[in-house]
Design a protein around this ligand. Structure first.
Ligand SMILES: [Zn+2]
Length: 331
């Protein structure tokens, strides 16, 4: 009997990804109600990685495989024609900061490639929760020089040079590569970033972790485009971040369903889509695959080769869609 093309294409269907928890000295013990996760005695969890290479697929034909293995095996099925490599382009995390994170900076693509890495790190933070007065440090104050940054590092007064922003839930902060930044306690952030491991620590409050002062100064740009991004309201979605590397949108789910594949009639089918429930819960359903549940804090990937789908609001859903982008030079 001939194998129909239907069964071949239905291998690539929406799938749930399990979070992977990363211990950090500035983290929290108890991640509930976001995740049913409590750290072991004397340990702290800082980050829930939602699309890390080591994250495990929890549903569908690829259940049990890591996301990294899946990207290595079939980049075009996941990313579509835009695939320029067989690696995951985006790392999405939820950050739980109980204390200040280190003051740090990430390289841009050019600097990363100079030192043999494929890409730099531009990121953005969507504020899921924030206590009154919660702040992040984003960029240097106007007029601060590189010399003052160096003096601040050695004197332990670098914080005085940082531009502080108050954050409130629903806000988006853009942090392009080269921006000196630090996440402060009081907020829970959904971080979307280029899938890159390069963080240069400039100052760490004496916690004893390694600093990377020389490279951090090379990566630092005194003026960047970082800051709060104004949301743009469209008919069926709110554009939170429309960047060179990623697009982050809140999808309107008025009524109980969002139909088809979350695109306008004239828009082409997007490549890979990540669906995150910032609140409430959803079910992703369609023909040819078993429906996938999306709980609060959960992540579902919709491969480029997936059949159409519907998002069913199971109550109080706040749906965030994140899609990768490629800068012009890469195409
Ligand atoms: Zn960062």
């Amino acid at each position: 009997m001939a194998i129909s093309s239907q069964s071949a294409s239905s291998v690539w269907v929406p799938f749930r990804i399990l979070p992977w928890f990363s211990e950090r000295p500035w983290g929290c013990r108890d991640l509930r109600p976001w995740y049913d996760q409590i750290a072991e005695q004397e340990k702290l969890i800082g980050e829930a990685w939602l699309t890390g290479d080591q994250c495990v697929v929890a549903s569908g034909p690829h259940a049990g495989q890591t996301l990294g293995a899946l990207f290595a095996e079939a980049p075009e099925s996941l990313l579509g024609k835009a695939a320029t490599s067989n690696a995951s382009p985006l790392l999405i995390k939820v950050i739980f900061a109980h204390e200040k994170l280190s003051v740090q900076v990430h390289p841009d693509d050019a600097m990363a490639q100079k030192y043999g890495d494929p890409r730099g790190k531009t990121e953005c933070w969507y504020v899921l929760e924030a206590e009154p007065g919660a702040k992040v440090a984003c960029g240097l104050k106007p007029g601060v020089t590189l010399n003052e940054v160096m003096e601040g590092i050695s004197a332990g007064t670098l914080e005085n040079s940082l531009n502080l922003l108050d954050v409130t839930p629903g806000e988006m902060v853009f942090v392009d590569a080269g921006t000196v930044h630090a996440i402060w306690p009081g907020a829970i952030l959904l971080e979307t970033q280029q899938n890159c491991d390069l963080t240069y620590r400039m100052y760490d409050y004496g916690r004893g972790r390694e600093l990377h002062i020389k490279k951090s100064l090379e990566a630092t740009r005194l003026v960047t485009r970082a800051g709060v991004v104004s949301a743009r309201t469209l008919a069926d979605r709110t554009l939170l971040m429309d960047g060179d590397y990623f697009c982050v949108e809140q999808i309107v789910t008025a009524g109980s369903r969002v139909s088809a594949s979350l695109r306008g009639e004239d828009e082409p089918m997007p490549g890979l889509q990540y669906l995150f429930a910032a609140d409430g819960a959803a079910r992703i359903a369609g023909t040819g695959f078993e429906a996938v549940n999306l709980p609060k804090g959960g992540m579902v990937a919709v491969p480029a080769a997936s059949p159409g789908f519907e998002v069913e609001d199971l109550g109080g859903l706040k749906l965030i869609r994140i899609t990768p982008r490629w800068p012009e030079a890469d195409r």
